[in-house]
Design a protein around this ligand. Structure first.
Ligand code: C6P
Length: 415
């Protein structure tokens, strides 16, 4: 497989041409949101300039073109994750909304007082809070599979022993936004299904970066966000197996999600439209379709390979710097981690570090990364600094890290 020429790929991204504080912009926060290539920006621009209209409503040329482009984008998304068909692809706002939809619909109908939802200690808030909210209403319980002693991977013995309590729902992230850890989602799904649980996977940090094959994994649901995979904000995906989606009641009611309505009642539209009430985020769907085209034009396997090499290079270079503590899988374990590296520098608060990085034109994130239970209780940190890669990052970007840390030490008088 031919490697990615990141410096060349960078040219596809208008924003990466700008300077920050007079310096070449080094964008190392793609786990928060990715930058957008020209092709995605153009696809949205083209929709508004040439065929802006509502979908599923007008019997005229541009409305048909918009409907076709929107539905066509679902076919592309289905292809990317090897879903059965576009019927299985429900659009919503983001990963958070996708997980909430399942919680509010399936969760509400499936769970009774005392029932268990099993998740893990490495989840983003979006895969904790909806289940805690549900437990307040229904009296259900949330359990968390523990991390191993090194705080890198899920402790599979603990996971298996919690499955013995017969949770009704099992939900976990495919890849951690803090540790970078890639979970064995196929095995975790197999084990949960053996116990009869419904399996929901948070794919926010996985789908943009490596091959996701929902039919091979076998999960019932998968949630992910368009904005983390070169697409626009405000469009997210809930994939569901057909029988799982058919068994779910819609969360929102209104236009487009119905087959018929009378004063006496209503019946639901076919999949996936049953879950998309009101006018959809049409530009978002079209933009996401262009984003998937872009991913496929590079090759998801090449993206993964590039990021793994970059991660190895970054971990090696960070290991040389005094006072740097890296969280998550190490240099010899890059096959089991993505390109998200959380770290701290002894004696420097991550927020200060981030500000000094910014003065060098480098964008990193610092904080709890919407994973407070993991960062505070498991890692024992108030906050961590985080760099995260995507296909457009290069070794030159990684080479900017060490001098920025040196500058922070110098400014803050830390040895
Ligand atoms: N993590 C980060 O900087 P939304 O906000 O709904 O698009 O994605 C939520 C989400 C869910 N799961 C995981 C594993 C995630 O990483 C995220 C988003 C961003 O880490 C913003 S907090």
């Amino acid at each position: 497989m031919e490697g990615i020429d990141a410096e060349k790929l960078r040219e596809d991204f208008p924003i990466l041409k700008r300077k920050v504080n007079g310096k070449r912009m080094v964008y190392l926060d793609s786990a928060a949101t990715s930058q957008k290539p020209e092709s995605v920006i153009k696809a949205i621009d083209n929709y508004y300039r040439n065929y802006n209209s509502n979908i599923h409503r007008g019997l005229y040329r541009i409305a048909e073109e918009a409907t076709e482009a929107y539905t066509g984008s679902k076919e592309k998304v289905a292809k990317l994750i090897n879903a059965e068909a576009y019927r299985n692809i429900v659009y919503c706002r983001n990963t958070t909304e996708a997980i909430n939809m399942v919680a509010l619909s399936l969760g509400k109908s499936l769970l009774e007082k005392g029932d268990i939802v099993l998740t893990t200690e490495m989840e983003h808030h979006s895969n904790i809070v909806p289940w805690q909210m549900l437990s307040k209403r229904l009296g259900s319980k949330v359990e968390y599979a523990r991390l191993d002693g090194d705080k890198k991977f899920i402790d599979m013995e603990d996971y298996k022993s919690r499955l013995e309590k017969d949770p009704k729902i099992v939900t976990f992230t495919a890849a951690s936004n803090v540790l970078g850890t890639i979970n064995d989602i196929k095995e975790m799904t197999r084990l949960a299904h053996k116990k009869g649980a419904v399996v929901i996977i948070d794919g926010a940090q996985h789908v943009p970066h490596m091959q996701m094959d929902v039919r091979e994994v076998g999960c019932d649901f998968l949630a992910f966000s368009g904005h983390k995979m070169f697409g626009p904000a405000g469009i997210g995906v809930l994939y569901g197996k057909e029988e799982a989606l058919e068994s779910m009641e819609p969360v929102l009611g209104g236009g487009d999600m119905i087959r018929s309505v009378s004063f006496a009642g209503c019946s639901w539209n076919e999949l996936p439209w049953k879950f998309e009430a009101g006018t959809s985020n049409i530009e978002g769907g079209i933009g996401l379709g262009a984003a998937v085209d872009y991913i496929l034009s590079i090759g998801i396997g090449r993206i993964r390979e590039h990021e793994e090499e970059l991660t190895k290079y970054a971990l090696e270079s960070m290991a040389e710097i005094r006072g740097v503590e890296v969280f998550g899988p190490g240099i010899g374990e890059t096959g089991r981690r993505g390109g998200t590296i959380s770290f701290n520098v002894n004696g420097i608060h991550p927020h200060d570090l981030s500000t000094i990085f910014d003065s060098e034109g480098i964008a990193i994130r610092a904080g709890h990364h919407c994973a407070m239970p993991l960062v505070n209780s498991v890692l024992g940190q108030d906050a961590v600094a985080r760099i995260s890669f995507y296909a457009y990052n290069s070794e030159e970007d990684v080479d900017a890290i060490a001098p920025a840390i040196s500058k922070a030490k110098e400014v803050l008088k830390v040895s």
